[in-house]
Write a protein that binds this ligand. Structure first.
Ligand code: INI
Length: 156
């Protein structure tokens, strides 16, 4: 049997982060968490790019363009969509997740979904905390694991 467990890559990696400015006080914590995980796992500052977009709805386009450059081994999308009293949440969250999934499949590139979709600010803050409770941290680990997997699956 050929088994491919989750592993960290054994090479230099280039990672792009795309972050939504909307609910910045939460998204900045996700960005910080992702940086922390990348640094702890040996990704150099110069190999990390960070682009900001207005909100989660704009993430798929920015991630598409980042993927098209061919410069990055993975792209991490970070954002916070918080439910309000209108159907706006469903449109923004739905289009964002659908668009991001499409980009990953279009380029066969790990596109990591780090967009919080919560009912309220407290739930979002809980998921943007320190250490293991930071979704940004988790997405960076997932990005590195997916890079390693892609390397191994593509190896002859
Ligand atoms: N964008 C978010 O990232 N989170 C939200 O909670 C949000 N809400 O609630 O409206 C939000 N809206 C902005 C949207 O992503 C676009 O930037 C905007 O509609 C312009 O296209």
């Amino acid at each position: 049997m050929n088994e491919y467990p989750l592993e960290m890559p054994k090479r230099k990696c280039s990672i792009a982060l795309a972050a939504g400015e909307f609910n910045h006080f939460i998204v900045q914590q996700l960005v910080d968490g992702a940086y922390d995980a990348l640094n702890r796992n040996g990704v150099a500052q110069q190999d990390i790019s960070l682009v900001w977009v207005p909100g989660a709805f704009e993430l798929p386009l920015a991630v598409d363009v980042l993927a098209a450059t061919g410069k990055h081994d993975a792209v991490i999308a970070l954002g916070a969509v918080i439910r309000g009293g209108t159907p706006h949440f469903d449109y923004v969250a739905g289009e964002c997740s659908r668009g991001l999934a499409n980009v990953g499949l279009k380029y066969s590139l790990p596109v990591i979904f780090g967009v919080l979709t919560t009912d309220n600010v407290d739930q979002a803050l809980e998921r943007a905390g320190s250490g293991a409770g930071n979704k940004g941290f988790d997405t960076a680990v997932a990005a590195l694991q997916m890079i390693s997997l892609m390397d191994r699956l593509r190896a002859k």
